[in-house]
Write a protein of this length. Structure first.
Length: 186
């Protein structure tokens, strides 16, 4: 079974126990991605964000040859107890799991896969939590204020995440965040 794993954030520079064959490929599908999730250590992480700009994501091929093993490997790498946080399309049995707000990506992924021929596609399907956690609207101003208000060690971790993001994942907010914090923890 040939399984693609889509990536736009830390899986790229910190794959840990994610088992893939070879390198990352840069010609993934175009999906709306933004720094809209507050994760551990107050990192502002990338998630699917409907209504935002689409960027071309990366992908790799799982070294697992069964769908269940590949999905479990990604769940384990993402350190999530909830397997439903790992979205998928399994073309071999025509099943899928996707957060309802992100269901629009199914057609995008089906079309992208016409040329690729994967048996399944996996991705991290976490919800944006910015507004839920800080109680403010998700906007560039509120994002920069959130990062600016972090203690120095957490600010450094948050900015490192943004700077380590693959260059092609040039989201709507990325350049503005990087410019705002230029010279801070280079």
């Amino acid at each position: 079974m040939k399984i693609a794993i889509l990536v736009w954030g830390s899986l790229y520079w910190d794959p840990r126990n994610l088992q893939i064959t070879g390198d990352w490929f840069y010609g993934g599908p175009s999906l709306p991605i933004e720094f809209a999730r507050i994760s551990g250590d107050n990192r502002l992480t990338l998630v699917l964000k409907p209504g935002f700009d689409s960027v071309t994501v990366l992908y790799a091929i799982s070294s697992h040859n069964t769908f269940e093993a590949a999905r479990e490997n990604l769940r384990n790498r993402e350190n999530t107890p909830n397997i439903d946080n790992i979205g998928f399309i399994d073309f071999t049995n025509n099943t899928q799991q996707v957060r309802p707000a992100n269901s629009f990506i199914i057609e995008i992924l089906r079309l992208w896969n016409e040329d690729k021929g994967f048996d399944a596609i996996l991705w991290s399907d976490f919800s944006p939590r910015f507004t839920d956690i800080i109680g403010r609207q998700f906007s560039l101003q509120n994002v920069t204020a959130f990062i600016d208000d972090l203690p120095n060690n957490e600010k450094q971790i948050a900015l490192s995440y943004i700077r380590n993001t693959p260059a092609q994942v040039d989201t709507r907010f990325r350049k503005s965040i990087e410019q705002y914090f230029e010279g801070v923890y280079p």
